[in-house]
Design a protein. Structure first.
Length: 363
């Protein structure tokens, strides 16, 4: 079965690339003949435009040549919707079944608060897809406002478990390190972090918040200014975006993972952290409550709850028994329910179901 997958460049910062990178070299490539077409890369407007055009041209060549049996598109909201629109229309014109794997987070801005003209376009485009993949039950409910619920299947993101790193973590003393991985900006709560650091540092003077990630220039500058205003420079580090060995290093050294997001799907960063056995302090948005269980493997607070975040982080850093219990719980949750193998099995099932439905329609 030939599958054409529309993806980002492997080096793109963010969860979509992280999800797809796990597919490369996996059993999915053994079961299916997969062609990856990259339609996006980080950079300026011209770089992104050239990459998109190259993706469209390669897709046309693929459709005219080695015609795929299925197109699997990884998309988000905002500009991503418009970039993926030509792929959806072209696949539809050629009569090829389409899976739209939705990684978006801010549904209200994308659809609910959109004007009627945009809502109509979204419904038309998504209606051309045979299946939508939602990252959680909450997202299935939201997407059912656009397409029939029967068209939506839930496939949650996955985690890679690091048994050796987890075992080492359970043996070592606490480093008083709190790790953030993600885009530094409003959506992931970046502006709330300095206030939390200031409160935690009063109780634990040597605490370190390692803020790994990047945002647009103005957001990064504003967050760093807040750190300076609160005189907590010694408690905060900005290593920039990390990957590979550096990412492994910060995850191994951290004691808690912190993601104070306002909107999410099913964050790969949390699942990554849990694969290292990190307790998680986060928010009750998107699919997060499915993996972060309050008072079990961390804390799930309301977005913007500075006092709640601070109290939870202090409790976990100061209480070894509580921290160890939460670490074990995090590791067990992803090991038992969020493995890459389980994720791929669900994806394969969707592929085969669409193939069988297509055969019935042809008959």
């Amino acid at each position: 079965m030939k599958v054409c997958m529309i993806v980002q460049s492997p080096m793109v910062k963010g969860g979509i690339a992280a999800v797809v990178n796990g597919y490369r070299g996996s059993r999915l490539e053994e079961e299916f003949d997969i062609t990856y077409i990259e339609s996006y890369k980080d950079g300026g407007k011209l770089t992104k435009l050239i990459k998109a055009i190259q993706g469209y041209l390669l897709f046309i060549k693929t459709l005219l040549g080695d015609k795929p049996d299925l197109v699997h598109i990884h998309s988000s909201f905002g500009p991503s919707f418009y970039r993926k629109l030509p792929f959806i229309y072209m696949a539809s014109w050629f009569g090829i079944p389409i899976i739209n794997h939705i990684h978006g987070a801010d549904f209200d801005a994308f659809f609910m608060n959109a004007d009627k003209k945009k809502q109509k376009l979204i419904k038309k485009v998504y209606g051309k897809c045979d299946k939508l993949i939602a990252l959680s039950a909450e997202w299935k409910e939201r997407l059912s406002l656009i397409v029939p619920e029967s068209k939506i299947v839930i496939i949650e993101n996955y985690s890679i478990v690091h048994e050796e790193a987890f075992n080492e973590k359970m043996k070592r003393p606490c480093n008083n390190q709190v790790l953030f991985l993600g885009e530094l900006g409003h959506r992931k709560g970046g502006y709330d972090i300095p206030s939390v650091v200031a409160i935690v540092a009063k109780k634990i003077p040597d605490v370190k918040f390692i803020l790994c990630g990047s945002g647009n220039e103005s957001d990064e500058k504003a967050i760093k200014e807040l750190v300076k205003e609160k005189s907590i420079e010694k408690n905060v580090e900005f290593p920039g975006w990390v990957r590979d060995e550096k990412k492994d290093e910060v995850l191994c050294n951290a004691d808690i993972f912190f993601l104070p997001s306002y909107n999410e799907g099913m964050p790969m960063s949390i699942l990554d952290a849990m694969g290292y056995g990190l307790p998680v302090v986060s928010t009750n948005v998107g699919g997060i409550p499915k993996i972060v269980h309050d008072k079990e493997n961390g804390a799930c607070c309301e977005p913007g709850d500075i006092a709640g975040f601070s109290k939870s982080i202090i409790s976990l850093l100061c209480d070894k028994k509580l921290r160890d219990t939460a670490s074990v719980a995090s590791f067990d949750i992803v090991k038992k329910g969020y493995s890459l193998e389980a994720h791929l099995a669900l994806l394969e099932k969707v592929y085969y179901n669409i193939k069988n439905e297509n055969r019935k329609n042809e008959d």
